[in-house]
Ligand binder design. Structure first.
Ligand SMILES: Nc1nc2c(ncn2[C@@H]2O[C@H](COP(=O)(O)OP(=O)(O)OP(=O)(O)O)[C@@H](O)[C@H]2O)c(=O)[nH]1
Length: 411
């Protein structure tokens, strides 16, 4: 590999190294917020199904409880109703306040864990200890059912675990061994759930990053293509469309017009102009000044064209073509005369011009009409008119009329 190749590679598009994720998963600020937004959007899609599932679980739990310990439902229906309401709150957040979705899910898990710890203490029944296993389910729902981000799931799970430990070891009807077993059970579930969530989120972040890198690749390629395309069809000196670009655009325009494509113009006018006595200008003021003059002259039609189909092209040396889509001969002549006058008014001194003491142009105008079916023919007609304008004394406009005759207009 030579040094130029390696230089190109160094400066080239983003590469695999951009995919490296730190162990703590946090991305640079702008990426991080974009990822969180995407994560929330994805999670929000799960919420309706997850909410229905949760509400079903509440109903089933209530039914089982009613069957096993009917007296317990006297106490439990209110806390359960609260849990159901909080769950519906999560659904509302996912629809109307997405930024509150994660805190809402975390809050719901805390409420579910809290009310079951409360029920475990308040219900007097041989099976009451079953309530103490529910916090474990609350921890699971964070990462599996509702899929909130690790940085929300981690503190919420630890808070549930801590609250459970404090309550179990303080509960008078439980021995320390029983409290330890249930706490250890929840602790194991917490570790496993967080472990799974860490790797799930890692994968999601990696996927997000590779998507971004691909997107960057695509937009850089797009920009490079656009710049290559404009370089290939733009004249470097004047910024006008070059000859090649003109051929393509004019042919396309004609083709679309002939095939009555949508948005295509119903007529096309071509103005071919040439700077008068430009050779003398170069001889008098130098090639550099000649270049500046070309640039200044080209700016005039460039500022005048308006429609998307219009363009100014450098036809060669000091000759330019202006293509006006949807313009008939009469309007093209008005445009040409206005342009001629504006260029004259630029007042670029030309002491060796035989037509004026400033730079002037001669213009030939032709329009699509019966029998004019190619770009070459259109340019040829405009060239004929230009020739006549020159012959008639320069600094004037000439056109090919509908009957094919050339008419010179006096300025
Ligand atoms: N400075 C400069 N001169 C150019 C460029 N391209 C062509 N020319 C010059 O334009 C001049 C064109 O000369 P001619 O074709 O004789 O035309 P003219 O002197 O304008 O005469 P008429 O058109 O008959 O009025 C030549 O001297 C070319 O060298 C360019 O990019 N920069």
């Amino acid at each position: 590999m030579n040094s130029q190749q390696s230089l190109q590679e160094d400066q080239s598009l983003p590469n695999g190294r951009d995919l490296a994720l730190p162990w703590h998963l946090t991305l640079p600020a702008r990426l991080e917020s974009a990822f969180r937004e995407q994560f929330r959007d994805n999670a929000a899609r799960l919420i309706p199904a997850a909410t229905i599932l949760m509400l079903l679980v509440y109903v089933v739990a209530f039914a089982v409880e009613h069957h096993v310990a009917p007296e317990a439902t006297e106490i439990s229906w209110r806390p359960r109703l609260l849990a159901a309401m909080v769950t519906v709150g999560v659904l509302l957040a996912s629809r109307h306040a997405l930024r509150w979705l994660q805190p809402a899910v975390a809050g719901m898990a805390l409420v579910v864990a809290g009310i079951h710890l409360y029920l475990g203490l308040s219900v007097d029944h041989p099976l009451q200890d079953a309530y103490f296993y529910v916090p474990f389910l609350a921890i699971l729902l964070l990462g599996s059912l509702f899929r909130i981000q690790l940085y929300w799931a981690l503190p919420t799970s630890l808070a549930i675990l801590a609250a459970q430990a404090v309550i179990l070891f303080g509960a008078s009807h439980l021995s320390d061994a029983e409290a330890l077993v249930i706490t250890a059970f929840t602790a194991c579930a917490t570790v496993m759930s967080l472990f799974g969530q860490y790797f799930f989120e890692r994968l999601q972040r990696q996927h997000f990053l590779s998507d971004r890198v691909l997107h960057l690749h695509r937009s850089e390629l797009h920009a490079a293509n656009r710049s290559l395309e404009s370089q290939a069809t733009e004249d470097g000196l004047t910024g006008a469309v070059n000859r090649r670009g003109m051929d393509v655009r004019l042919s396309n325009l004609l083709h679309n017009m002939q095939h009555q494509a949508r948005g295509a113009p119903d007529s096309i006018a071509v103005l071919l102009f040439d700077i008068d006595y430009f050779k003398q200008y170069n001889d008098t003021y130098g090639h550099q000044a000649g270049d500046e003059c070309l640039k200044a002259v080209a700016e005039v039609p460039k500022a005048m064209v308006q429609r998307a189909t219009d363009f100014v092209a450098r036809y060669g040396g000091e000759e330019f073509v202006i293509v006006l889509g949807g313009t008939r001969l009469r309007d093209a002549l008005v445009f040409a005369e206005r342009m001629r006058a504006r260029i004259e008014r630029l007042g670029i001194p030309h002491r060796n011009s035989k037509s004026n003491n400033v730079v002037t142009i001669s213009i030939g105008v032709a329009c699509t009409a019966e029998g004019v079916d190619s770009a070459e023919r259109l340019i040829h007609l405009a060239d004929e008119a230009l020739y006549q304008a020159k012959g008639a004394g320069r600094n004037r406009v000439a056109c090919v009329d509908d009957d094919g005759s050339v008419r010179v207009l006096t300025p």
